[in-house]
Design a protein around this ligand. Sequence first.
Ligand code: GDP
Length: 310
Amino acid sequence: MNIRNIAIIAHVDHGKTTLVDQLIKKSGTLEAHEELAERAMDSNALERERGITILAKNTAIHYKDYKINIMDTPGHADFGGEVERIMHMVDGVLLVVDAYEGTMPQTRFVLKKALAAHVKPIVVINKVDRPVVRIQEVMDEVLELFMELGADDNQLDFPTVFVSALNGTSSLDPDISTQVPNMDCLFDMIINEIPAPAVDVEGGLQLQPALLDYNDYVGRIGIGRIQRGSIKVNENVVCLRADGSKTQFRVQKLFSYLGMHRFEVEEANAGDIVAVAGLADIGVGETICEPSCEEALPLLHVDEPTIQMI
Ligand code: GDP
């Protein structure tokens, strides 16, 4: 399975939710979902039992023989460290911009973090079906914003796609009459323009949780991209802790994403983003390894929170 990992950035109401729904509908995800639902237990019921809400949600889409993991990004600057860690797992971002409203200040912060992480951007000009649009001006605004936020040459060379997430249409041409009733040009752009994850399929497991989730049954769940090798349920692994110690544990559950759902899987391979349960106090930035091959990944640098409450 080929994998692409991307994050999605949008100002509130510019259509992030509608776009992700439409991408699920217009890809092969629902068919793949049904197939999987027969085999695996949908973990939604379990999810509802959770005590706390995760700050960023995963979605995955199947298109041709690709799996595209899509990480949501929080809109607020208070989640600085969160955004940096998300950017650590992905190789590209979709910046969704309303064809009338244009760029908004709220997206600056997250976009700046994405550009600093040198991930490849794709600009999605959404709502081209609106009666009044300012497509050319909005494109100019986006370019200006990228320059202002310090985009590198490769990022400034970003591809743009024009869509109506509401109608499920898209085109590479800003001329609205060229819209076609599918999302293929966006899917193809993702698989062609966003690099494959730079990971090592051979070799012993290395997985660094970049986000945490929690549920009452298994405690903390580490969400991260598999950097090297593969991970299997029931396998004994070692966690190299942030304080330099190590803890052995058994992989109790492994979750992967498809559409808006999270499913238990038996095994996952380098490049994929998975959630691992089994070590109740696992921390962000620690490294899960195969016992025969203990090598810690560098700890993740994160911004201090910008708001603190006492
Ligand atoms: P989010 O806050 O970014 O997740 O935005 P939503 O996906 O919830 O969309 C916000 C509003 O914009 C909703 O009322 C959508 O129906 C509408 N919307 C989203 N995409 C389009 C589009 O392509 N065309 C039009 N006309 N409206 C859209």
